[in-house]
Design a protein around this ligand. Structure first.
Ligand SMILES: NC(=O)c1ccc[n+]([C@@H]2O[C@H](COP(=O)([O-])OP(=O)(O)OC[C@H]3O[C@@H](n4cnc5c(N)ncnc54)[C@H](O)[C@@H]3O)[C@@H](O)[C@H]2O)c1
Length: 394
């Protein structure tokens, strides 16, 4: 049996996404399960080296997560990123980046210049402007590197169930899609209510903002599940003007922390998404997406989906003078978990590793990621111009 090692330079891995989703729940989890088993004769084994600016943080991560899955040894790490690209710390064919959005282009350029690197994978958004996102995608393509961008939400069990329902014809004709995303992100300005999430998320000059963050997701979710987007109209706001930095000092929020959008699809379906870090949750989950069709509706959370068919749809009567006689939550049925749903980031990693090692198709390329940046940019233009914007081919 061949165990084929795939060396991965993991950059920005001390951050929230890098540590939790990519290092722990994807690469370490894949090593813990014994690699990606391709067939009885071949297994792919990711072998990371952690890179970043702070040796102490890297060492702590390497010690915390390496030994259990790396023959008792910590993961390798270095602050010498250029040295890693030059092969001074071993042979690595994949470069992965989960650093800040504004750092992405620089690191991907270094990866392109490295003859050792064969493939590049990174977090979204790849840039904050579509021109730059396209430039980066072309740069990596022209350098002949395989490439991919994180589009994790596609592998959420709930969205896979929506795809299944669609394929089964459950919805009939889909009429509209309604997404409600977000929760209250504490700004850190009140006693004993510490700030949450990285503070750059709330500064436009550092790549933050709800539209650039979330429209990238809505783009690939909508396109893959419901069809191509024709036009967008959007409105954003900075609801909370002041938040607290990681170092404890207050700062002025310059980015939108709520965004409201309507996306009309080429077939006329209306997809409406509210995204807010300034809303309190009274719904099934932090993200809910309701799909209404002629034959049935479904509401997806992050994991579960509830359906109501045409035959089970109650008939309410509008009368505010009496207590509502129908319990509307009662008329929905939970879609069962007929398979095991793994972590969404991990599944996409496994597909990317197969793409790298076996040339299997992988359609979540940097150019696909650029479409998400374009949608966010159109959303911002729509907000600024107070007008509908059409999505043109990149
Ligand atoms: N797929 C998703 O659902 C999802 C969710 C959140 C964030 N993201 C994206 O992931 C990326 C990271 O976000 P995060 O929330 O983990 O942020 P974070 O601030 O927690 O982490 C950023 C990481 O980049 C590193 N970094 C920052 N500037 C650097 C520089 N100049 N040189 C080297 N390293 C640098 C930091 O040290 C840290 O390790 C962002 O692009 C963000 O948009 C994706």
């Amino acid at each position: 049996m061949e165990i084929r090692r795939i060396g991965i330079i993991m950059n920005g891995v001390t951050g929230r996404m890098g540590t939790n989703q990519h290092l722990i729940r994807s690469i370490t989890a894949i090593r813990a399960q014994g690699g990606v088993k391709i067939n009885p004769n071949l297994t792919l084994m990711p072998d990371p080296i952690l890179t970043g600016r702070n040796a102490n943080k890297l060492e702590a991560l390497a010690q915390a997560h390496g030994p259990a899955v790396n023959d008792g040894k910590p993961y390798k790490f270095t602050t010498d990123i250029q040295g890693a690209f030059d092969g001074k710390h071993g042979d690595y064919e994949v470069f992965f980046d989960a650093s800040g959005t504004l750092q992405r282009a620089g690191f991907l350029k270094q990866a392109c210049d490295s003859s050792m690197i064969k493939a590049v994978y990174c977090e979204k958004p790849t840039a904050t402007e579509s021109k730059e996102a396209v430039r980066i995608a072309k740069m990596v393509e022209d350098a002949g590197k395989k490439n991919g961008v994180v589009q994790d939400k596609l592998w959420l069990s709930s969205f896979r169930k929506i795809a299944m329902l669609k394929e089964l014809g459950f919805f009939g004709d889909i009429l509209s899609v309604k997404g409600d995303f977000g929760y209250w992100v504490f700004p850190g300005m009140d006693l004993d209510q510490p700030a949450q999430r990285p503070s750059w998320n709330y500064r436009e000059e550092d790549g933050g903002g709800m539209m650039i963050d979330m429209f990238c997701h809505w783009d690939y979710v909508i396109r893959n599940l419901f069809g191509p987007i024709k036009s967008v109209v959007a409105y954003g706001r900075t609801d909370i003007p002041e938040r607290r930095h990681e170092d404890g000092t207050p700062f002025k929020a310059t980015a939108d922390d709520s965004a409201y959008a309507m996306f009309v699809l080429e077939d006329g379906t209306m997809c409406q998404f509210n995204s807010s870090w300034c809303t309190r949750v009274r719904r099934d989950d932090l993200l809910t997406v309701q799909v209404d069709g002629t034959k049935g509706s479904a509401v997806a959370g992050l994991r579960d989906v509830y359906t109501q068919s045409a035959a089970n749809t109650p008939k309410p009567v509008w009368n505010p003078d009496v207590k509502q006689p129908i319990d509307f939550m009662d008329g929905w049925e939970k879609v069962p978990d007929n398979i095991d749903y793994d972590n969404a980031f991990k599944i996409q990693w496994e597909e990317f590793l197969r793409h790298v090692a076996l040339d299997e198709p992988f359609r979540y390329s940097l150019m696909e990621g650029a479409k998400g940046v374009q949608l966010a940019e159109l959303g911002m233009q729509s907000w600024k111009d107070r007008a509908w914007k059409d999505v043109t081919p990149l």
